[in-house]
Design a protein around this ligand. Structure first.
Ligand code: SF4
Ligand code: SF4
Length: 818
């Protein structure tokens, strides 16, 4: 998707937003919006590249090239720096005429050594809106004379040359008179397009001005303009009470000016809440009260790594912060530690302050960030002094980054959501050491920009080694990890964009440790991996099973698994805790019709001989020398051929079978089909387990669920409806509906609407009857027998129930009368 329309002579703007550590989307940014608005006013075109599901680096550059602009401007930030660097070189490699320019806060201050380290053509130093428009209107040969721009060809000289370093008349007038940012109009007026993602931040100031001005590059909006922007932003947010970030508040040092801004916020207080960043000095009782009065809901406090006793907030201020937690609408706090490079400053007071805030519940350790004071050093990690590192280690929770764990379980189970696949391999598993090392850029052909390499062999757990912790420019707490550093360095050398590299390290027997990148894990992520048949013999406490992966790699494992499936089909219950708490490796093989994603190749497994397969432990589809297209083609050929040979199109369970086309060595196609046909409710077993995992993770609805108090209603097993299902009658209940009992409470979950409804017992009885294919007469009979109601009343109950089930999309078709 693009914002704006290009005619090939404009500019393409790109902003990579880090959604979660090391997972990016191409989205919009306020700085980009200012540029687009300025271009529009000049009658020029700036096109924004938007892509929520980024493909691999080559397809991404091809998409960008297809927009037809030779000038590509990347909004570079500390977290997306590595990605911008790689994209820049690929854009230049693919088309020599492409001019890649960086802009934004980091580009404004970064040193000229960047030209040695990257392929970037130039850096926008100030006023990106005007500077970029001048670049578009100037021949490339003349770029070195453009004011506010450092081009590769003028390294060593001042931006724009000495004679041009002074502001243009226009900029000088803006800076001297009205607020410079006010000159940039139309930023919010053009936001009526409802397809656009709402932006929940407005600027009151930024640092993108000409540093030769008196204001040292700080551009401001007038209070009047801030007020108008705020109103438009709130209106276009499409939320009833949005929390709007007021960008640049911490840049305003003048108290009168700050108060003017607070007055604006106060006036709009009933329409929105605000997020502000403030220096530690603002943590006084009276200022905190004032912020609260103005509707500030989130306060980010910048705290130097070393503070003096004078700067330590007073007790009354800290007590006010503690008290906030008990109020109905609390103001929340977070901390950004700032490193001014002064190693003399004593960090023990900062450590004491952090410790107090964390233990009193004012801030959460996980939300503490760190940044260098010097913006030009923003891509370097901040290494914490020992006293502070000790506090962070003590308080950082043991919670793991859930997104990356979800990614790992997708890799192991083979369950990938449809919207997440396509456009490149998500995970490459290296199952054995390569006999012949290959350069890591071999993987670049296959991987998407958010992919992970997963090293499953021969790794050494180095958690015990001396290491230091630091806060990295990608916004993640890390522990130095030599193996990851080696991989990154090798990837960098080979110009491969290594997004994630995880290591699975066997510690002993069935015990493994998962090391996600070099992320700081206070507690290692321990995973148990074992054969399915072993799980039953080891289970001691049904309701307390550790994070474990179960493999089916032998006939014993398969038999143990099928016994569990059968038990479920007969009784609607689980025999063991591990069935719902563990992850079954390659669950996709045993699940419903839509679960096989092999044709999109979200996973690749590489063995020691560089043979590549799409599924774990299965036949190769090629080698590392093959192109992605070739691997995709080969997979599709094998898959289609298998389905043809098996006769899937006319199979009686075609609608509920995965039709796994890549089978492991212990099972041939005949055996697979026999198993699937014999255990024809297996897909319901797998879907129920998935459902329980999902509900457990994302809702509290299943609090108190244990293996022993859960029962599922199935066409083969009802709990309230008394009749056996008759031969060939069809269930009236949609496949997306699950009816289950927690204790005696019947609950229905509709996966299509994601609604969870508690039912009364008679309603559950009726839904079970409909599932078992009962007609209206049989339903009536069942109600009368169980509740001794009159025929008329039974009729009424059935009508009401049918209406409700229809309305909720629970029924595929009306219930037959007879
Ligand atoms: S059981 Fe065999 S033939 Fe039937 S749908 Fe599944 S894979 Fe195809
Ligand atoms: S072929 Fe089989 S193992 Fe591979 S993704 Fe499909 S269902 Fe899963």
């Amino acid at each position: 998707m693009v914002l704006g329309l290009s005619f090939g002579n404009g500019i393409t703007l790109i902003h990579f937003e880090q959604q979660k550590p090391r997972l990016f989307t191409a989205g919009d940014h306020l700085d980009c919006r200012y540029i687009r608005a300025f271009f529009k006013r000049q009658g020029m075109t700036a096109t924004q590249y938007i892509e929520p599901n980024l493909s691999n680096i080559y397809d991404t550059t091809a998409d960008i090239a297809a927009m037809g602009n030779e000038i590509i401007a990347l909004h570079v930030t500390p977290s997306n720096y590595r990605l911008c660097k790689r994209l820049t070189s690929t854009l230049k490699e693919q088309e020599g005429r492409n001019r890649v320019i960086w802009f934004g806060n980091l580009a404004a201050v970064i040193g000229e050594e960047v030209f040695g380290e990257t392929e970037v053509d130039g850096l926008v130093r100030w006023s990106p809106e005007r500077t970029l428009s001048r670049l578009v209107n100037t021949e490339v040969e003349g770029w070195s004379a453009v004011n506010g721009f450092t081009s590769r060809t003028m390294v060593g000289r001042k931006p724009g040359g000495d004679s041009q370093a002074l502001p243009t008349e226009e900029e000088a007038a803006a800076a001297a008179g009205v607020m410079e940012l006010d000159e940039l109009t139309g930023v919010w007026e053009d936001t009526s397009d409802r397809r656009r993602v709402a932006m929940l931040s407005v600027k009151c100031a930024d640092q993108l001005g000409n540093p030769h001005h008196v204001a040292q590059g700080i551009r401001r909006h007038s209070p009047e303009r801030l007020q108008r922007d705020l109103e438009l932003a709130v209106r276009t947010s499409r939320q009833t009470a949005p929390v709007i970030t007021i960008e640049g508040f911490d840049l305003i040092r003048d108290e009168v000016q700050r108060e003017q801004i607070l007055e604006v916020l106060e006036e709009a207080v009933f329409k929105a809440g605000y997020k502000l960043t403030v220096p530690l000095e603002a943590c006084t009782y009276s200022m905190l009260e004032r912020f609260k009065q103005c509707g500030v809901e989130q306060l980010q406090i910048k705290v130097p790594l070393g503070i003096t006793p004078d700067a330590f907030p007073k007790d009354e201020a800290i007590n006010y912060m503690i008290w906030q937690r008990q109020t109905g609408q609390p103001m929340t706090f977070s901390v950004t530690l700032t490193d001014d490079g002064n190693r003399e400053a004593d960090p023990s007071l900062t450590a004491e302050l952090l410790h107090r805030w964390i233990t009193e519940g004012v801030i959460e350790a996980i939300s503490v960030r760190a940044e260098p004071m010097d913006r030009a050093k923003a891509i370097q990690p901040v290494i914490l002094p020992e006293a502070l590192a000790a506090v962070m280690l003590e308080h950082l929770t043991t919670e793991q980054p859930p997104v990356l764990l979800n990614e790992y379980t997708a890799y192991m189970t083979g369950y990938y959501p449809q919207q997440a696949i396509g456009g490149g391999v998500k995970h490459i598993g290296l199952t054995e050491p390569l006999e012949e090392e290959v350069p890591s850029n071999y993987f670049g052909e296959y991987t998407a920009l958010n992919s992970a390499l997963i090293y499953e062999y021969n790794q050494v757990y180095r958690g015990e080694n001396p290491s230091y912790i630091y806060y990295d420019s990608d916004g993640v707490w890390k522990r130095s990890n030599r193996r990851f550093e080696e991989l990154s360095e090798a990837a960098d050398k080979e110009e491969y964009y290594l997004s994630n590299a995880h290591q699975v390290v066997q510690t002993e027997g069935t015990e493994y440790i998962l090391q996600l990148n070099d992320f700081l894990q206070v507690e290692p992520i321990r995973i148990r991996q074992m054969g399915y048949s072993e799980a039953a013999t080891r289970e001691q406490d049904k309701n307390n099973v550790e994070f474990q992966m179960l493999r089916i790699t032998s006939t014993e494992d398969l038999e143990a698994y099928l016994e569990d499936v059968d038990h479920f089909s007969r009784t609607g219950t689980f025999q063991h805790g591990y069935e719902i708490q563990s992850y079954l490796v390659d669950s996709c093989r045993w699940s419903g019709a839509q679960t096989c994603t092999v044709k999109q190749l979200p996973r690749l497994f590489v063995d020691g001989n560089q043979a590549v397969s799409g599924c774990r432990g299965c036949g190769a589809i090629g080698t590392l020398d093959d192109s992605m297209d070739r691997l995709l083609l080969q997979t599709a050929v094998v898959s289609d051929r298998e389905q043809l040979v098996r006769g899937c199109a006319t199979c009686e369970i075609s609608a509920s079978c995965t039709k796994c086309s890549f089978l492991p060595a212990y099972m041939n196609r005949q055996q697979y089909c026999n198993i699937r046909k014999k255990h024809n409710t297996m897909h319901l077993y797998m879907q129920t387990i998935e459902l329980l995992k999902g509900l457990n993770k994302y809702s509290q609805a299943l609090d108190g669920l244990s293996v022993d108090n859960f029962r599922m209603s199935l066409p083969t097993c009802t709990h309230k409806y008394p009749y056996e299902r008759r031969g060939n009658v069809r269930s009236a209940v949609a496949d997306t509906v699950f009816l289950f009992f927690i204790g005696e409470t019947p609950t229905v979950y509709q996966t299509a609407s994601q609604k969870l409804l508690k039912l009364s017992e008679p309603m559950a009885l009726l839904l079970e009857g409909m599932m078992a294919g009962a007609n209206r007469f049989e339903l009536k009979q069942a109600l009368r027998d169980r509740y001794q109601v009159e025929e008329e009343q039974a009729d009424q109950i059935i009508s009401q129930a049918t209406d409700l089930f229809m309305q909720e999309g629970c029924l595929k078709h009306p219930v037959a009368v007879l």
